[in-house]
Design a protein around this ligand. Structure first.
Ligand SMILES: [Zn+2]
Length: 218
């Protein structure tokens, strides 16, 4: 049989991974994979992206984005991507109605516990919510770092509810544990819209982090 070109095999791989090819194609791809290291590597990369742990959702998204068009990607990623998209929607919604509490050294202190877990201490009076991301793998100027983004928000309107909370006196700071923070290299504070960085690519990670404040580094 005539040797099949790698480019053809690599075009077929997404379908092969999805198991939507005919038996003949399957055989063809499998035969080729046994003899070709380049395609084998490509295949392994494709399958490994489907099993990344939850905290690497963003990385998964980026990998898939490069390899397949979005329509295909949503079909493959299934629930993981739906969750991610849902998160983005929630973030956009939240920042529409709430505003960021500006950073100040006296208000926010990141503390490292003995086991490496990070805890965020908030010394302010009241706030409507805290948003924290899982560690995200980010490459800037050739350097790979795991970063977490956090923001504390208050509501735009001074509603009776927020006044009620304002009178609720707390002793000591309010503490929140950053998710999976043992692996975090740096924590940034500020507004962030991950949709712009990951999906529409309107903003690079570098640009986003320049707008945010670096508040902790391992
Ligand atoms: Zn090949």
């Amino acid at each position: 049989m005539k040797e099949v070109k790698c480019t053809i095999i690599q075009d077929l791989l997404p379908l092969y991974v999805d198991d939507v090819v005919s038996e003949d194609t399957k055989e063809l791809v499998e035969q080729h994979l046994q003899t070709c290291q380049a395609c084998q590597k490509e295949y392994e990369q494709m399958t490994e992206t489907l099993y990344v742990p939850i905290e690497n959702k963003v990385t998964l998204f980026e990998k898939l984005n490069k390899k397949w068009n979005r329509k295909k990607m949503i079909l493959i990623g299934g629930s993981v991507l739906m969750t991610t998209l849902l998160c983005f929607t929630v973030f956009s919604y939240v920042f529409h109605y709430q505003k960021l509490i500006p950073y100040s050294k006296d208000l926010f202190v990141i503390e490292e516990k003995e086991d490496g877990t990070l805890v965020s201490n908030y010394f302010g009076e009241s706030h409507a919510g805290t948003y924290m991301t899982h560690p995200m793998k980010v490459e800037i100027d050739g350097e790979t770092k795991y970063i977490s983004l956090i923001s504390y928000v208050e509501t735009m309107a001074n509603s009776p509810t927020s006044n009620f909370f304002r009178e609720d006196k707390r002793i000591g700071p309010e503490q929140s544990t950053l998710p999976d923070s043992k692996t975090v290299d740096a924590v940034y504070y500020g507004d962030f819209d991950l949709e712009k960085v990951i999906i529409t690519k309107e903003q690079s990670w570098k640009e986003l982090l320049q707008e945010m404040t670096l508040i902790w580094e391992r």
